[in-house]
Each structure stands twice: as C-alpha cells, then as structure tokens.
Write a protein that binds this ligand. Structure first.
Ligand SMILES: *[C@@H]1O[C@H](CO)[C@@H](O)[C@H](O)[C@H]1NC(C)=O
Ligand SMILES: *[C@@H]1O[C@H](CO)[C@@H](O)[C@H](O)[C@H]1NC(C)=O
Ligand SMILES: *[C@@H]1O[C@H](CO)[C@@H](O)[C@H](O)[C@H]1NC(C)=O
Ligand SMILES: *[C@@H]1O[C@H](CO)[C@@H](O)[C@H](O)[C@H]1NC(C)=O
Ligand SMILES: *[C@@H]1O[C@H](CO)[C@@H](O)[C@H](O)[C@H]1NC(C)=O
Ligand SMILES: *[C@@H]1O[C@H](CO)[C@@H](O)[C@H](O)[C@H]1NC(C)=O
Length: 647
C-alpha cells in the first residue's frame, strides 16, 4: 500500500517535471520611466487598463502585440514582444511580469521595460519605427573572462547572430560559438521589435553589436536598445528551439508525456524512489514549512480531486469555442459536461505552475476543502496533465455584472433579491477572512466574480487561487491590472495586501449593486465622475435616492423601509471604500451593520479622491509613494488619489 502510493507519487512528480518546457526568463533587467507626467488622468488610466487588456489577449496567441487606445495626446501606444525562444506559456508569464512591474512608472507618461524574456513599451505617440535613442544602454555582468579567445568568440557569435536575425522575418537570431581551446561556449541572442523596417532593424542590431562589445571582458552582456535587444553570456540561457503552433505543441507534449509514462513504468521502482526523494528534498528546501511525505502521496493519489486531462478535454469538446464562458484574471473558463452528465466549469490557467507543482496541489487541496454556501466549490484540478486546470461547480445563471449593469436583465433583480445577494456575498467573505484554519484574501472581488445559482443566491468565484501565487508576483499581475476600479489605493500603489483590500472592493461592489452603475468604465471616452465620488457627493447632500438603480423598486410600491435599507447599504459601501484601511470595517462588522437595524454606523470619511482641484500632482505622487504607512494621519487627509482612478 505504502509502496504503491509512493510509486504513483513518483510518476506524478515525473510528469510535473516533464511539463517544464523552458524558462520564461522573467527577471527584470531595467525599467525606464519617462520624465513627463501624463496629460490627463481621466483618460490615461482607462486607456492604459484597456490597452493592457488587449495586449494580454493578443499575447495569448502571439509573441508580439501593438495596441493603440484613445485619441489625441491621451492615446496609449503599446508595444509588447516576447523573444522568440519562449514558449507561448512562458511568453504569457513574462508579459504578466511586465504588467506587474510597469505601473511603477505611474504617473509618468510612458516608459519601457526590459526583461530577459520580453519587452514592453508605452508612449503617447507612435514610436514603432524608433530604433536608437537616449535611453539605450548596456548592462554587463560582474565576472570577468579575461581570455582573448572568449572575447574573440563572443564577437564572432554576435556577428553570426546579427546575420541570422536579419535573414528571417522574425528578426530573431540565436547562436553558440565554442571557445577554443576549452569546452566552454558563448551564447548569444538578438531580436528586433517586429514593427521595425528591415533597414532599421539592421541599424539597431549593428549599434547593439558595437555597444555590447564594451561589456567584454565580462562574462555576460546585454544591449538594451530602443528597437532591439541583444544578450551574450557564457552560460546557456537559451530555451530549446520551440515548435511553432500551439496545438501541435500540445499534442507533442502529450506524446512526450505518454512516452515518459511507458518508459517510467519499465524503469526500476528503485530509480523512481531515488528521484522522488531527490525531488521531495528539493521541495522541502523550497517550502518554508515541512511537508509530510505520506500526506503528499495521499493528496496526489486522491482520485476525487484529480481529473484526468483527457476527461477534461472530452468534457469541453476539445476546448470548443462554443463552450467558452469567459475570461478571468487567471485563465479562460469553459463549460464542460462529464460523462455522467455532471456540468462543470473548467478554468484553463494562463500559467503552468510547473516549478511549484506540489505547493499548487496543496493549495488546490486547501481551497477545495473550503465549503460555504456562498462560495463556488472547487471540485479539483488536472494537475498532472500538460496544462494547469481547475475544475469548479457550474452555475447556470452566470455572474452578477450581467444583471446589474444591464437595463433589461436588471429588472430580474429587485431590491429584495439584491439585498439577499449582498448578504450572501458578505457571509462568503466573512468565512474566507475569518475562518481560522486558512484565512484567505480574495484579491479580486468584483461583480463578475459573484456568480448566481438557480435561485439567484450569491456565490463568490475565483477565491483562494491568488494565495498560491502569493510569493510569485508574475502570477497575480493579470488580476492586478485587470480590475483597477475595484482596487484599494494602498494595494494599487504599494502592493500592501490585507483583508481590507477586499473590503474596499466589496464597498465598490455595494455601490454598484445599488446604483446599477459601473465604477470602472474604462471604455467610454466621455468624462464621468467615478461612482464613488458621485455617491459620496450625493450622500453628503442627502440625495442618495437620486442615483438608485430605477430597476430596484419596480415591483414594490414606493416603500420607505426598502429605501432606508438601500441608503444603509450605500452608507456601508462608503465606509468600506474609505482611504485609510484601518477605518474600513471588517467583513463581520459589515455583516452586523447590514443585518441589524439598530447598529450604529459612523459617518464615513472622504473616499480616496475628492477635492482634486486643490491638489498639486507632485504632492499626490509623494503621498502615494511615502505616506502609505501613516494610516492614522491619512484618516483626516482629504488628499486626492484620483490619479489612480479611472472615472
Ligand atoms: C506580430 O508581428 C507581425 C509582424 O509585424 C505581425 O504580422 C503580427 O500581426 C503581429 N502580431 C500581433 C498580435 O500584433
Ligand atoms: C504626450 O503627452 C505630453 C504631456 O504629458 C504632451 O505634452 C504631448 O504633446 C503628448 N504627445 C502627443 C503626441 O500627443
Ligand atoms: C548607438 O546608439 C546610441 C543611441 O543613439 C548612440 O549614442 C551611439 O553612439 C550608437 N553607437 C554606435 C556605435 O553606433
Ligand atoms: C554578481 O552578480 C550576481 C547577480 O547579479 C550577484 O548575485 C553577485 O553577488 C555579484 N557578484 C559580485 C562580486 O558583485
Ligand atoms: C582575436 O582576434 C584578433 C583580432 O581579430 C586577432 O588578431 C587575434 O589573433 C585573435 N586571437 C585569437 C586567440 O584567436
Ligand atoms: C573538457 O571536458 C572534458 C570532459 O567533459 C574534461 O575531461 C576536460 O578536462 C575539459 N577540458 C577543459 C579544457 O576544460
């Protein structure tokens, strides 16, 4: 018994290891932010968010993307490109990292970011043909290789690679030159942005090969040019040559895995145990806490949690477009039907947690053990297949945003139903935040993450996933940039994450439910006040009723009791969106305030972005950067953080 579970665990681990098909090279080499402050926040932030979304979508199927969003001086021009030797999944990972780091340039007008695996640039003008400029620089290693041979070989390799890059449409060159005498090689890679003309690509690479030689005799060098990137190193950083075509790749992957399974089965058990122990020790090393072998083996063999990849492929009819339900922060969601008729929602994650497979599995185990009537149930995962996939219960009524932001469908949710949904969501969050075993911060509370079951009860989706990505910034970035309108200022500006960030998002959600208006309307060009500041103004004047969703009281004769409740919800919403996290109530306080009639509600302090006309931009920036810990002082601050908010 013991032995067989060990065996299965070993195979599972081998599969997990075998998924690794390259290195996303997500280390950031340099970020350059422009000097100029951007023109107009009202347009800049929504344009930025939208541009990032579009690039994100394009990068799922391509290694490069150019996007233009907006008009006039507020246009966002974005170029993103992964280097050609990254797999599509690693490309997503690398791009995700750029997206996490790039907002540090805010509120600058633009900037560029160089990673070892990809590049992104944003400006308010079309820069696509630029190939050299004042930011261009080299970044050298810190270990010398004095030998003349190494230097000669490097120069040779650089020349070869430039010729290589200029001879193909992808503008990509890679190469290795053996340093004689000795067994060492030097490895070089070069790539131009795809928007350049061949002539400009040549000029860029010629400049790069000149300047990169200044890194010699260092063992490592990188040229960061406006239009291209070049790197040499005495260690092999290149990925194995990629097969193009995603599905072919996947088929190949499956084939490799199958062949591994069969060869593994004929291998001696002993060898596997050795490998297993090695891997296990490695994981032990990687984890902060200790981990129990038997427990891990048990988790891995627990058949009820693990879905076979083939089962899921079949359930979704091979990821058929018609089964696509939507796109979330971490992946694309499909509807599936299991052979026993059970309906499931399948989330195909953008990232493959290949390096942290055991942690990930453990996480899935924890999340799937979280059970509450207001939380979408995680049924399991396909953790050993070629992709990371999560399987959830399927809810046919879709998400709250499809109701409240829709004039027609909104009528299906009267005040009573909405209040029920609010209470349900609150209870779900209380459970996540305050259950003692595993406190979970959701990080991405928003209307589209509140699903409705057949009886229109709220179920929070997508919780917990972020937990396992906590240490690994690249994994959470899609969630970060994706829903700017819901993000607490301290989280947005400093990545400070506590339960109070969820409380903030929840507060935004409350206001949306009552008004039927979206806080983050990133795709309109007209000037609109943010929902929070609009609500705050009405609240101060005592005219909140004016912004109630007309659908709320359709079927109830004007009823002061319901109106009183709705006003209370707005009040709580404003308490939740206060600038200082310490002033925001906890979720269990929120529940008390909502459920009890006689609960005293303090008057809310200003939300984060009022009185912006009296503010100077620099102060705001300074405050954002330096004052985040002084929560006590910011409770009286009426300072504007409007710069961060799409309106
Ligand atoms: C990537 O670049 C190539 C060459 O310029 C272009 O044909 C292709 O459309 C680009 N892909 C995307 C998604 O923009
Ligand atoms: C870019 O923004 C700056 C101000 O931030 C402005 O002066 C400049 O004219 C804009 N560029 C274009 C091409 O609109
Ligand atoms: C490369 O381009 C930079 C930026 O335009 C310029 O300063 C430098 O002189 C160029 N170097 C060579 C060797 O062309
Ligand atoms: C050289 O660089 C590496 C990585 O950047 C760093 O870890 C190491 O400490 C540096 N060594 C010296 C001698 O500066
Ligand atoms: C290195 O290159 C220089 C100049 O091209 C040449 O004179 C020299 O002989 C080369 N040295 C070796 C060891 O190849
Ligand atoms: C080259 O590699 C072989 C075996 O890998 C080793 O025996 C030999 O010492 C190496 N030579 C040098 C110069 O490093």
């Amino acid at each position: 018994m013991e032995k067989s579970s060990l065996l299965i665990a070993s195979i599972a681990f081998l599969l997990l290891i075998s998924r690794s098909n390259g290195d996303a090279r997500t280390q950031v080499i340099k970020v350059f932010c422009d000097e100029e402050i951007h023109n107009d926040d009202t347009y800049f932030v929504p344009n930025y968010v939208q541009a990032m979304e579009i690039v994100s979508t394009e990068m799922q199927t391509s290694h490069n993307a150019t996007v233009e969003v907006g008009t006039g001086p507020n246009t966002n021009y974005v170029l993103a490109q992964c280097y050609n030797d990254l797999s599509s999944q690693d490309c997503m990972l690398c791009y995700a990292e750029t997206r996490t780091v790039f907002p540090s340039c805010y509120p600058r007008n633009g900037g560029r970011i160089y990673l070892d695996g990809c590049f992104m640039r944003l400006q308010n003008y079309s820069f696509y043909e630029e190939y050299t400029g004042s930011y261009d620089t080299i970044v050298c290693g810190n270990i010398t290789r004095e030998s003349v041979e190494f230097q000669n070989s490097t120069k040779q390799a650089v020349l070869n690679v430039v010729a290589d890059a200029l001879s193909n449409d992808e503008y990509f060159g890679r190469g290795e030159v053996v340093v004689v005498p000795g067994n060492k090689s030097v490895y070089v890679m070069a790539e131009c942005w795809r928007t350049l003309s061949p002539g400009n690509c040549r000029k860029c690479l010629e400049n790069a090969s000149e300047v990169i030689s200044k890194c010699l005799p260092w063992s490592e060098g990188r040229a960061l040019n406006t239009g291209c990137f070049m790197r040499y190193s005495d260690t092999n950083f290149l990925n194995p040559i990629q097969q193009t075509g995603g599905s072919k790749n996947k088929g190949k992957m499956v084939a490799i895995i199958i062949s591994i399974i069969s060869s593994v089965l004929v291998l001696a058990v002993a060898l596997m145990i050795v490998l297993y122990i090695k891997r296990y020790k490695y994981i032990q090393h990687m984890r902060r806490g200790s981990y129990d072998v038997e427990k891990l083996a048990k988790i891995l063999t627990d058949s009820s949690l693990n879905f076979k990849y083939s089962t899921i492929e079949k359930a979704t009819a091979n990821w058929d477009e018609s089964n696509k339900l939507g796109q979330g922060g971490f992946g694309t969601v499909y509807k599936g039907v299991l052979s026993d008729g059970r309906e499931i929602a399948v989330k195909r994650l953008y990232v493959n947690n290949k390096f942290r497979a055991a942690d990930f599995y453990n996480e899935v185990n924890i999340i799937s053990s979280v059970e509450h009537k207001n939380l979408v149930r995680l049924l399991g995962c396909s953790c050993s297949g070629p992709e990371s996939i999560l399987v959830y219960e399927y809810l046919p009524n879709m998400s709250l945003d499809l109701f409240i932001f829709d004039e027609i469908k909104g009528k299906e949710l009267n005040w009573e139903k909405r209040f029920q949904i609010i209470i349900g969501t609150t209870e779900g969050l209380v459970y996540l935040h305050e259950n003692t075993k595993n406190r979970i911060i959701h990080r991405d509370i928003k209307a589209s993450n509140i699903l409705l079951d057949l009886r229109l009860r709220a179920k929070i989706a997508d919780f917990g996933l972020a937990r396992s990505f906590q240490d690994d910034k690249s994994h959470i970035s899609t969630a970060i940039a994706g829903t700017l309108g819901y993000m607490a200022p301290e989280y947005l500006a400093h990545g400070q994450l506590t339960e109070k960030a969820d409380v903030y998002s929840f507060g935004v959600l409350l206001l949306e439910i009552v008004t039927g208006m979206e806080n983050n309307k990133s795709n309109t060009m007209e000037y609109t006040d943010s929902l929070i500041s609009t609500t705050w103004k009405h609240f101060q004047k005592g005219t909140v009723e004016q912004i109630f969703d007309p659908n709320l009281f359709m079927d109830i004769y004007p009823n002061t009791i319901f109106k009183k409740d709705a006003i209370k919800v707005v009040h709580v919403g404003l308490l939740c969106t206060q600038e200082a996290p310490s002033l925001r109530p906890t979720m269990s306080n929120v529940l008390k305030m909502l459920a009890k009639d006689d609960e005293h509600l303090p008057f809310p302090s200003n939300p984060p972005f009022i009185d912006e006309k009296t503010m100077e931009l620099n102060n705001i920036t300074k405050k954002l950067l330096h004052d985040h810990e002084g929560e006590s002082s910011s409770s009286i601050a009426t300072v504007s953080h409007s710069e961060f908010y799409p309106r």
